[in-house]
Structures are given as structure tokens and as C-alpha cells.
Write a protein that binds this ligand. Sequence first.
Ligand code: NAD
Length: 495
Amino acid sequence: MASVQVHTPSTGKYEQPTGLFINNEFVKGVDGKTFETINPSTEEVICSVSEATEKDVDIAVAAARKAYETVWRKETPENRGKMLVNLANLIEKNADLLAAVESLDNGKAVGMAKVDVSMVAGCLRYYGGWADKIEGKVIDTNPDTFTYTRQEPIGVCGQIIPWNFPLLMWAWKIGPAIATGNVVVIKTAEQTPLSGLVAASFIKEAGFPPGVINIISGFGKIAGAALSSHMDVDKIAFTGSTVVGRQIMKAAAGSNLKKVTLELGGKSPNIVFDDADIENAISWVNFGIFFNHGQCCCAGSRVYVQSGIYDKFVERFKARAIANKVGDPFAADTFQGPQVSQIQFDRIMGYISEGKKEGATIVTGGERHGDKGYFIQPTIFSNVTEDMKIMQEEIFGPVCSISKFETEEEIIATGNNSTYGLAAAVHTTNLNTALRVANNIRAGTVWVNNYNMLHHQIPFGGFKESGIGRELGEAALSNYTQCKSVSIRLGDALF
Ligand code: NAD
């Protein structure tokens, strides 16, 4: 097995798999290529892992196809469910290690990484429960015909995931695909390959036959592009930027018209009315933007506060943001670690200087934190206008803009003034206001008096340019099934 010893500050030394996980084995890439993964807190190399090229994608897809045709199509739904539950149990048993690996590679605070890992187990177990509840219908058209439908798997699914929740995205993709009888080839993000490989090492033990779940590390333009344009991949599921989402659709259209689901970016409005419980609202607005260092597709990056409480809100929100502890992800009291990479750090700092240039006011932050690692101060801009770049584009960092509104009608229009439609929130003690705003905001998720509260039972996905399809909940199952109608003639010939 291709592996190296790696040390984490919380769990000590462990054996890190570095190969491509194909056919239940860790193997080197055909061309022997590798790439380094960096610790974003120290900017030092953690280790190198195998890089998948087009040839390796071909091998992984062939392994998946063989598993699908020879064993997986014949497996019972009950057993598929059991294997997912076994995997959930193994993830839970190794939660401390997985959380430590996630913190090391991604930079998120280890306490937050532990929550991610428990959500990973929850998601896999939930979809394990769905495996034997995928049902068709009987459709009565006339007494001479018996017609039924089957919800069949799509087949070989390519899945491309990002670096912001490396292991959670792994589970969101595996869970519904496997529960519905598909096989998968997952490409993890090049910034964060490690936790997906550690978790891959439990797949065989969970009982999955070789080739059912394959995990490859590699770059988007090579392995990701090969997967999305592959002629023997039946479906591609992608989470990441809207720019790449468009490329995935083009690749699908230009190859075999594989089915496409996309979970993309956002610029979500977080709306606070005068009558909100202000302390509660500040706490959720703070969590809405600064959780996971702002690296959430649903981050509440546009904060709108009604004029009656605006000044008080800005002052208290500023104090709350300053109190967020930024630093070593392995320190117990850290809330915010480093951004994931130098590239992301530079992008975010670029947006901050753009905001300053455009004339917005820095309420707090706006600078690098420390002089080592990709740390950025929690940053709030005020005096922003709707046409500013920082109001229009996804920053994907600990940066939000705050502005004032007067009326409900106005804020619904402003809230909807985005090409994105992933999420939104409304903070108010008036139930009618909450429901009217929730009904009129064009977004896939609306939180009332909370933010970022995702759950594996609740569908999640985008309106507008934030995506196609839904993840999580029962809704995600339909991304991975296709309906077949079988019609049986009971009587004699028609003529
Ligand atoms: P990205 O979209 O480039 O990468 C996400 C995944 O797609 C990675 O696995 C990557 O290897 C793969 N990929 C990249 N190019 C590809 C291609 N041509 N074909 C197939 N796969 C490809 O995102 P990024 O460059 O890591 O981050 C840039 C921005 O994207 C961020 O600043 C943020 O705005 C957004 N983003 C959004 C999410 C989300 O959850 N919606 C996650 C990560 C990044």
C-alpha cells in the first residue's frame, strides 16, 4: 500500500495513504506523477500524493463499470444500506484521526472538523437507511395493461468535490449515489486530498466490493476534465465554482450527454429587521459569514440591517467579529484558521483592496493576520453600494459587506439582486415578516433566526446560477436514479 507517515498535533503519527484508491487498493498512477499538499497554517509541505492523469481516470472508470455490471447491479438494497452504515460506523470510530487530518490539510479548527466528521457519519447512515426504500409506482391505465415504474440507478457516476468541506462533500456525494445502486469515481480537490484517502481505507472493511467506490486525487484541468468528458461516465456531480460548473456542463454536452448536477457558488443575503433579537441576530450573522473562514458556498456575505438598529448593530457586530479567535487550528479556542491556499489568500486580499479602492469603509479587519500561514482578519465593510465588486462577486473568505435598508419590499428586491440564489436568512420576531420574506426570496434555502444550519435530512441546492439539482434529504435520491416504465399487455392482441 502506498503510504507515508504524517504527524498531526492532536493525534500524533499515523499512516497516510497516498495512492489512488481503485478497486479497493491504493495504487500509484500509471505515469508515477505526484503532487504536494500544503499545511495552510505553516505553508509547509505535509506530503505528496499520487496524481491521477487521463489514463488513471480511464482505469478507475473501467473498474467502476466492471463492478457495476458484474456485482453491484445484483446486490440487494438491504446490503447496500448495511455497507453504508458500516462505513458510517468506521468513520465514527476513527473520528479523532479524520478530524485531525482535515485540520492539518484544510486549516479548519479541529473542533469544527470534529463536527464535520460527525455529519459525515450522519449523512452516510441516513442514506444507508434510504437504500431499501427506493420505490416505483403501479400506474393503472386500463384493465388490459399492468404498468409499473422502477427507479433505476444511473450507473457510473463521476463526482468532483471542493476543498472547503473535503470529507463532508465526499459523504454528500457517496451517500445518495451508493444508496440508489450506482458506482462512483470521486475526484477530491487538489488542495485537500488527505482526509478522503484516509476514509477510503475503510471502504473495503465496510464490505464494498472492489470498484464500487473509487477515490482519485488530482487536478481539475486534467483528472476533473477527463471525468466530466468521459464517454463511459453516465452522470457527473460537481461542487465548486460557477465558472467550472459551466465547463462541466459543456464537457457533458460535448461528450455523451451525461446527466449533470451542480452545486455552485452564492452571494447570500442575511437580513436583520428592527424587531430582531439583536444579540441572537449578531451571533448568527457572525457565524453566517465567518464560519469555516467564510469558505462556504452559502456564506451570508451580504448583510442588510434595517435602519432603526443599524448603528447599534454595526458597533456590536464589530466587537463580535474582533472577538473571533484567529489562529492555530489545533488550539482549543480557535474559531478561525487559515484560508486553504496561497491562491485563495491572494484572491481574498485582492477583493479587500478592491473594496477599499471602490470607496467602501473598513469597519474591522482588512489585513493579513500574523506573518506566516494564510490567515486573514475577519473583515466587515460598510458604506457599500450594490454595484461594487465586493457586493456582486463571491469572495469565499472572511469578508462581508453591511448596508442599511428601510422597508420589507425594498429588501426583498435588493436581496434578490444577485445572479446567485443559494441561501438567505431573515432575522425577526414577527412570524408574518419571516414567512413573507422566506416566500419571496429566490434561494434554495432560507434560514429564519439562524444561519448555516445544514442537516442531512434537509435538501440543499441552488436557484438561478447557484446550481442544478439538490443534495441531501430525499431530494438527492432523484439526482441518482432514472425512471423506467414497464408496461405489460394482459389481454389479447389489440387488432
Ligand atoms: P474550482 O471550482 O476550480 O474547484 C472545485 C473542484 O473542481 C476541484 O476538485 C477542482 O479540481 C475541480 N475542477 C477545476 N477545474 C475543473 C475542470 N475544468 N473540470 C473539472 N473539474 C475541475 O474552485 P477553486 O479554484 O478551488 O476555488 C475558486 C472559487 O470557487 C472559490 O473562491 C469559490 O468562490 C468557489 N468555490 C465554491 C465552492 C462551493 O462549495 N460552492 C467550493 C470551492 C470553491
